[in-house]
Structures are given as C-alpha cells and as structure tokens.
Design a binder for this molecule. Structure first.
Ligand code: GTP
Ligand code: MG
Length: 302
C-alpha cells in the first residue's frame, strides 16, 4: 500500500516521511516523488511469534511517497498530481505548528485542489466520450455522475461503490481515501475529516499506521507458517479466497477453507489445536469475509 504525502510547502511532509521511514531523501523537483518504506511494528506480532514459537516476524510495510509542496498562495502547477493518482491513499500534511498556521483554512483548500484536479480530468474524458459515443451508456452515466459530484465539490470516494467501480480504470485523486495529518497543535482542527494530530518530527508510528489502516478501510490479519509469524493488510470486505491469493496464488486456486480466530482468543488458547478442542474456531468458505485482527490458517489442495 502506497500513501502519497501532499500539502503546502513547509507543512512538515519531508519531516514526517524521514521520521517514519528513516530515509534521508528530499524530493528534488515537484514532479519527482521520493519513495521509502516504513515498518509497522505491531506489538501483537512478536507476542504471537513467542506464543507459537515462531523465530521470525514479518511486520507490515507501508510505502510512503513524498513530493515538494507549493505555498498556499501559489497553488499547484499542471502535472503535479500525476504521481498522486498512482497511490492508494492521499495523506495531506497540514501545518499546525507555525505562527501562521491555519488548519481550518488549509484542510478545505487542499481538498478542493484534489477535487478540481479530478473534475478537470473527468470533464476531459467525458468530452471525448461524448464525441466518440463508443463507450457504453453505463460508463457515460458514471462519468456524468462523477462530474456532477465533483462540481458539487465532493470527492469521488463518496459515490456508491457500483458507480465507483465503473470508473476504476481512471486513476483519480479523490477516489482514494483523503486523510489529514495535522502537524502540531497550535489551533483547533475542524471536525468531519479523517485526521490525526501529531508532531511530524516525532510521530508515534504505531498510532500513525493504525490510523492509516482504519481510515483507508483496511484491516490486518496474522498467519503463522513454519518459523514465521506475519502480518498482512487487506481491504475490509476481502473474502477468504482473495486473502489467500495475497499470500500465494496456489493457495487461492486450491482453496478448501480457512480457520480464523480473533487475535485475543488465539492468544488465550495458545494454538489452533487447543482452540479446536474448545470449539471456538470459525471455519470460512471461499466467499466468506476475513474478520479483522484475526489469526488465520488456510487449507488448500495442491
Ligand atoms: N517547530 C516545528 N517545526 C517543524 C515541525 N515539522 C516540521 N518542522 C520544520 O518545518 C520546516 C519545513 O518542514 P519540511 O518537512 O521540510 O516541510 P515540507 O512539507 O517537506 O516542505 P516542502 O518540501 O518545501 O513542501 C523544517 O525546518 C522542519 O524542521 C513541527 O512539528 N514543529
Ligand atoms: Mg519536503
């Protein structure tokens, strides 16, 4: 999962990027983003490894991409958003530490920057769609709906999922979760947006990644295979077979069933075997959803 950092100049994007990933990079131009990986040291994983005598742990990794910002008086030039439509989630960093901090003004204007970028893109596609008349009516209707929504200054993510799916091949900024990190605590932050407050110089990485997962509608599950306890992240609503496919396509293909146990219950039981005799395991068919924060074992035929 890649999270794109976005925001006005000097809001603390690079400070947060470096603090979370250990990278010393600084993006050079505004079109070139720097990427680095941060590790979510979820405390549950070493505890699970100790319980199951697994000698290795594989934590979740998040990719962050950083790009230079522009002063709020200038706005963002054409092409700026090209690297932000390829991410999975956009995290806007808002200055709330300097004397001139204005989070209540910056949050809606950053949101509008993203909305107008998408509106321009959808209107361009819509114009060629109208000319060609080649695409299906459904597609045209979905584009019209998206344009109407954006003109109304709302993000594409607020469309119902069937309409959003019809546009999934067009990369849009506001089809992704739009989240905010308010750097500092100088002023009151407006409510009604998914935001986290912190200090970009010393972020609490655990809280930060928890926020990213929750706010982007993702959840975690754990596996123990051989000597390795591992954390995985999936979109909420992922089926057991789809989750298996994240681990290996063979497991998805030969999927028989999955055993799932909430993390806390697994830790109390100590093993799937012990939980099985207590009758607390849930067995999932291929189309059943993986419950969040559970320990999962997949059964499949080769
Ligand atoms: N006091 C204080 N200073 C901070 C904080 N976060 C960042 N800074 C400082 O603010 C300045 C700008 O931070 P950067 O992280 O470079 O900002 P940026 O968003 O990457 O800026 P651009 O890349 O130019 O868009 C640096 O000197 C940071 O040390 C904070 O929470 N408190
Ligand atoms: Mg920077």
């Amino acid at each position: 999962m890649t999270t794109g950092l976005f925001g006005y100049a000097s809001a603390g994007k690079t400070t947060l990027f470096r603090a979370l990933t250990g990278s010393v990079e600084e993006p050079e131009g505004f079109l070139a983003a720097s990427e680095a990986t941060g590790v979510f040291r979820d405390e549950r994983l070493p505890a699970l490894a100790a319980k199951t005598r697994a000698s290795k742990t594989k934590f979740l990794r998040f990719t962050l991409s950083d790009r230079k910002g522009f002063p709020r008086t200038e706005g963002f030039p054409p092409g700026y958003f090209d690297s932000l439509i390829a991410t999975d989630c956009v995290l806007c960093i808002v200055d709330n530490f300097s004397a001139g901090a204005d989070p209540a003004g910056d949050i809606p204007s950053l949101m509008m920057e993203c909305i107008f970028t998408d509106l321009e893109r959808v209107e361009t596609i819509l114009a060629s769609h109208r000319e060609q008349q080649a695409a299906t009516e459904e597609r045209g209707a979905a584009l019209e709906e998206a344009a109407a929504l954006l003109r109304d200054e709302k993000p594409v993510s607020s469309l119902p999922s069937d309409q959003r799916n019809r546009l999934s091949d067009i990369r849009l900024v506001t089809a992704q979760p739009l989240l905010f990190f308010c750097n500092g605590s100088r002023r009151q932050v407006p409510s009604g947006v998914a935001s986290l407050a912190g200090d970009a110089r010393h972020p609490d990485a655990g809280r930060f990644y928890d926020f990213l997962l929750n706010a982007s509608a993702r959840t975690v599950f754990f596996t123990v295979k051989g000597d390795t306890a591992q954390a995985w992240s999936i979109e909420s609503g992922t089926t057991a077979r789809e989750a298996a496919g994240k681990i290996h396509s063979d497991i998805a293909r030969g999927f028989i069933r999955a055993a799932a146990l909430p993390y806390e219950e697994f830790m109390r039981a100590g093993s799937f075997q012990k939980a099985r005799s207590a009758g607390t395991i849930r067995f999932l068919g291929p189309e059943e959803l993986i419950p969040g924060a559970s320990v999962v074992e997949f059964f499949f035929s080769r």
